[in-house]
Design a protein around this ligand. Sequence first.
Ligand code: PLP
Length: 376
Amino acid sequence: MIFLDNASTTKLDREVWSIIEKYSFDEFYNPSAPYYRAKEISNKIKDAKNLIIKALNGASGSNFIFTSSATESNNSVLLGQLNKRFKKVLISSGEHNSISSTITEIERKGFEVILINLNKDGQVDIDDFKAKMDDNVGLVSIIHASNETGAVNDIETLVKITKAINPNCLFHCDGVQAFGKIKVDLKSLNVDYYTISAHKIHGPKGIAGLYVKSNFKPYILGGGQQEGLRSGTENVPNIFAFANICERLDYAKNYDFIVKLRNEFIKTIRINENIIINNFANSSPYILSLILKGVNGETIVNALEKYDIFVGLGSACSSKKVGNATLEAIGFNKEIVKGSIRISFDASNTVEEVVEAGKKILEIYESLYNQVNRRK
Ligand code: PLP
């Protein structure tokens, strides 16, 4: 099997399996219970939060809230941190569905949502951002590394612009495809909120989190767990597994190898001029968007599956929806975007694998292209 859909999810790191077992079968206590053993778990959860804040290089006095998914983290900011004093919300045209799907609900609450354009390199257009940012904007949400193209946004500059215009405006960044893959230093970025998810970095599914620099209004109410910030019994085994992964995370260790995988893959497929390779200037090497002109991306993905090769069709969460909002925002028309697929790498992949997958993509594409064009 050749798995090149690592932006949708990653295989669990075996090293955390013993942690999951320990806190499921031995130390399985509810951290809110009054006895000593439960209190010990509660204290370890605080340590886990601090470990993750350290891995993010978070500001002193900042907090980290464990959630069930990055989708929940994103929703809890976009729907839970709106401030009636300011009527506008800015988001980019290249956000993940867990952000863009909240727009209708934000508008229903009486706010105006303004979309920021992307430039030709898939990044938020800084001039457009400057033009749309004003002192009536209370919340901004911009993705760090795009889940569709890997394009990396200049969050530090965007935060500076935001705070210079309205120091009270909150800035959220979705870091799901950035954390563990490119440099993430929240002291430099100076964001108010930052979302991360465990299953994208070899952690378990169903555990994610939100970094909070200072204030956060609880979004999920109930038993008052996590200092009242996010109710619901903590997912103890997965929290400790997540923290353990964050403690060992070193993006620089794999970075050059992932660049090599991407380059070898590009070398294999670039011989066909009908394939658009979205190899943007400032992007994460982990994600590569391709557009195979004149065919349907879904047909390619299905054909590859027969050879036990797995690639993505845009983002996995949105693959049921037609089109690709991010690629369209970059300027590709709806028709051509139908031919898009997403290749996403992992340190467990090999050069041989990516070359084999590249050759198979070429072979399938060429035969499909000929069939389609013969019919015309
Ligand atoms: N944000 C980005 C950028 C993503 O890529 C994803 C998942 O694909 C999510 C949010 C949602 O993550 P989760 O599966 O943890 O809800």
